[in-house]
Ligand binder design. Structure first.
Ligand code: NDP
Length: 433
């Protein structure tokens, strides 16, 4: 704690992992002797820099940006960039730390990293977003490379921002290095099914959790928080598998539609018009908009938090239990507080932690890197099937590892131990570096 003062979310993420690793150190004491846990907690490199830019009126703004290159034992640093006013070092470090184990779980050759800025893209014009991205890349480019560090999107960073960032990288380096970014557009090196991957993957994982209980998504009522990239495609796959999604949200309020959310309308509002989710009720009379409402009080069998960290607390968890929820899977990173996770566990609710349940996004990013390396472009069906297989594997590995280490059905323990062992063994093999 004293080494990283004030980094609350980072402390939370580290504590959650450390609490589950005891049995591994008993079984493999050499990992403790070589201080592998301590090494995992200390980023290999942290870059903090200023990003000056001008708005459309000619006013100068200065933002702060970060890239935390956490661990490269398994491959180049890999993890998204987040643009949100809440971003500071503690958030980027929690995300980067989680990313190490998540990336290990995918079975792909990728290390862990994360970046972002306290820049707020809301209400900014395209030209302002472009100038910000270009200024950011003018510093960041020197730290990136397809064999070094490969960023992607996250909150506030979608294909538009990746385009501006990649364009500036290409211009400065004079290299068309497709593999340096993932989440690119289909015409310029992107992968089919990448946009859908995190949400789809979360639902594939959820379906596996239900299968273990001889159940399925068919006929279930589902609630999905957020209405961004992850939430939209989690809703799409859940509906495809027979669930009825009755609520989604943004940071201002909640939409409840008893007839089932109209996904085409959500896509039109969020992806095309870039408006707030409350626009939904203007088009759909069956829906209600609850300003500052609590989405977790909407009764459901399946809850998929897909917005942001710590969005679901103990109070919310109790409401879900009371209303008959049977499974929770994290599409977002660390959306459930430790208290909420404990309540789920005590109530026998199946809980899929983000580093396993939302790993489909980064796994498909690794598939994008494969396609770039081989100058190839796969079909949607092939890419989605690879994603589905990866999610089934991650689920099985977490489930079996939890069993092996005496915590049957505990996916938190299963995910942490599986990821840690994979990274830890690679670090051991490479010596003290
Ligand atoms: P988007 O920016 O596309 O969407 C984020 C959604 O969450 C929006 O609806 C946003 O509402 C809401 N949100 C963001 N911050 C807050 C906040 N502080 N309080 C309440 N609501 C908030 O991001 P993504 O969908 O890409 O990411 C969502 C989550 O999934 C994040 O935790 C991210 O780290 C995680 N994730 C994303 C992956 C990806 O491939 N994109 C991969 C793995 C994990 P509003 O517009 O009001 O801010």
């Amino acid at each position: 704690l004293h080494r990283n003062p004030g980094e609350t979310e980072f402390h939370q993420a580290v504590r959650e992992v450390l609490e589950t690793l005891g049995p591994v150190l008993v079984k493999y004491p050499e990992l403790a002797d070589r201080k592998i846990i301590q090494l995992c907690c200390e980023p290999e490199r942290q870059i903090i820099f200023r990003v000056p830019w001008q708005d459309d009126k000619g006013q100068t703004h200065i933002n702060r940006a970060f890239r935390v290159e956490f661990n490269s034992a398994l491959g180049p640093y890999k993890g998204g960039m987040r643009f949100h006013p809440s971003v500071y070092l503690g958030i980027i470090k929690f995300l980067g730390f989680e990313q190490i184990f998540k990336n290990a779980l995918t079975g792909m050759p990728i290390g862990g990293g994360k970046g972002g800025s306290d820049f707020d893209p809301k209400g900014r014009s395209d030209a302002e977003i472009m100038r910000f991205c270009q200024s950011m890349m003018t510093e960041l480019y020197r730290h990136l490379g397809e064999y070094t560090d490969v960023p992607a999107g996250d909150i506030g960073v979608g294909q538009r921002e990746i385009g501006y960032l990649f364009g500036q990288y290409k211009r400065i380096t004079n290299r068309y290095e497709s593999g340096v970014f993932t989440g690119k557009g289909l015409d310029w090196g992107g992968s089919r099914a990448r946009k859908e991957a995190t949400g789809f993957g979360t639902v594939f994982f959820t379906n596996e959790m239900l299968k273990v209980r001889s159940d399925s998504l068919d006929g279930k009522t589902c609630v999905v928080s957020g209405s961004g990239n992850v939430a939209i495609y989690a809703m799409e796959k859940a509906m495809e598998l027979g669930a009825k999604v009755v609520a989604c949200s943004d940071s201002n309020g909640v939409i409840v539609d008893k007839e089932g959310i109209d996904l085409d309308l959500v896509k039109q509002i969020k992806e095309v018009e870039r408006r707030r989710i409350n626009a939904y009720v203007q088009e759909k009379k069956s829906a209600r908009y609850l300003e500052d409402g609590n989405i977790w009080e909407v009764p459901c069998h399946v809850a998929l938090p897909c917005a942001t960290q710590n969005e679901l607390n103990g109070h919310d968890a109790k409401a879900l239990v009371k209303n008959g929820c049977i499974v929770v899977a994290e599409g977002a990173n660390m959306p459930c507080t430790p208290e909420a996770v404990r309540i789920f566990s005590d109530a026998g609710i199946a809980f899929g932690p983000g580093k396993a349940a939302n790993a489909g996004g980064v796994a498909t990013s690794a598939l994008e890197m494969q396609q770039n390396a081989s100058r190839d472009s796969w079909t949607f069906e092939h890419t989605e099937e690879r994603l589905r297989e990866i999610m089934v594997d991650i689920h099985r590995n977490c489930y079996e590892t939890a069993d092996e280490f005496g915590a049957p059905g505990n996916y938190v323990t299963g995910a942490n131990i599986t990821g840690f062992l994979k990274v830890g063994r690679a670090m051991m093999a490479m010596g003290v570096v």
